[in-house]
Design a protein. Structure first.
Length: 386
């Protein structure tokens, strides 16, 4: 029997995550690496465990996922994931798999070892390209932060050290898409042209209403149906499954405020929606990933009583068949205005609208028309594995 060779001092060893203890170590890697970064916010350990565990994340029902840890001299120095989503659309090119969850010390040896493991795993499963990062899906956190390091990320958005993009590019990855986060300040008035438009009120046949919490699950189901339709032609779009819709409804219920979730009906049919969520990151910034013993009380107090001052629009859409009509083109402005007015009443000062593909010009024009500005850029990469 051959004995495993002990690693030499300073050597990087990459091992698959195979236990609950290793998963906790995997989650904590960026917490240690970014401890000195004033703009890094540690995610809640409980939430990350659920997101990375097959029993609690329905993404695993249609995707194969592997996580790895990089270890040097007994210390966790990096991590990465690789995943193949069976629902991800093809683009006419060679089969593609995804990488994600990348975090490592600023050392090319560590990055090379991590990507070698992920790329080998993808090749073994027939992938000819690696794309990412996706954490874990395109419907979650995506991209490496390449601009906007000077302020903390909002809810469900990533934050990377400035060196990460350069290390990824040094391994032969090229940028294929940028995604933007726009920022809107609630104290600023809408531009006169837009304000005049919304002041006219909804045209005939259009009705705006808040989310009905008494029919919450049904409302989230309709929201997801519109989302799958409205985003269906976006690059890389992957539909949300019924199980993921149920998980979305459960995860949002604690933080959603019906005054900040609006539907637009057109001739009696729900045609569009917008959701603003309080920026939970602002509420958990000093919890260091832990809710015990007093974290729950702090979180609920900050969300429900003292209130955070920032928020994010992660979900917004109009059914495709209405997007070309005059009334349909008015819906985004009416929805933004309705949600914005309520957000101002509740004391929110800034709202992020994200993420937006660089070539999604219809949405970009809407956001820029209401004086939102790009303040963070995330980059998606690709590499041939042939």
């Amino acid at each position: 029997m051959m004995l495993a060779r002990a690693p030499h001092a300073g050597e990087v060893t990459v091992t698959p995550v195979a236990s609950a203890a290793e998963l906790d170590r995997f989650i904590r890697v960026p917490m240690r690496l970014s401890a000195a970064d004033p703009n890094y916010i540690a995610p809640l350990m409980m939430e990350r465990r659920e997101a990375l565990t097959p029993k609690t994340n329905p993404f695993f029902a249609h995707a194969e996922v592997q996580l790895w840890l990089a270890v040097r001299d007994g210390r966790d120095v990096g991590r990465i994931s690789a995943q193949i989503d069976q629902l991800a659309p093809g683009d006419g090119g060679p089969p593609a798999g995804h990488f994600g969850m990348i975090a490592a010390e600023d050392d090319p040896t560590i990055f090379a070892a991590l990507f070698a493991a992920a790329e080998a795993w993808l090749r073994e499963r027939g992938c000819a390209r690696a794309q990412g990062p996706f954490n874990l899906s395109i419907n979650e956190e995506v991209g490496v932060l390449v601009n906007g390091f000077d302020c903390p990320p909002m809810l469900l958005m990533g934050h990377d050290a400035p060196y990460v993009a350069a290390q990824v590019e040094a391994l032969g990855y090229r940028g294929i898409k940028d995604v933007y986060a726009y920022l809107s300040r609630m104290a600023d008035d809408l531009p006169p042209k837009v304000q005049k438009l919304v002041d006219r009120g909804p045209p005939a046949g259009v009705r705006l209403r808040m989310l009905d919490m008494k029919r919450y699950d049904e409302e989230v189901g309709v929201l997801t149906e519109i989302l799958n339709d409205a985003w269906s032609e976006n690059w890389g779009f992957t539909p949300t499954t019924p199980a993921e819709t149920a998980q979305l409804a459960k995860s949002l219920k604690l933080v959603v405020d019906p005054r900040l979730a609006w539907f637009a009906e057109l001739d009696g049919e729900i045609a569009g929606f917008i959701v603003i969520l309080p920026n939970v990151n602002e509420a958990i910034r000093d919890l260091n990933g832990r809710l015990a013993p007093f974290g729950w009380a702090k979180l609920l107090w900050r969300l429900k009583v003292s209130r955070v001052k920032s928020a994010r629009v992660p979900l917004m859409g109009v059914r495709r068949r209405f997007q070309g009509s005059r009334r349909g083109q008015m819906l985004p402005f009416l929805l933004i205005d309705a949600a914005r007015r309520e957000a101002r009443k509740l004391g929110y000062e800034t709202v992020e609208l994200s993420w937006i593909l660089d070539d999604n010009w219809p949405m970009r024009r809407i956001l820029e028309a209401v004086d939102s500005r790009i303040y963070k850029t995330y980059r998606l990469y690709e590499k041939s594995l042939a």
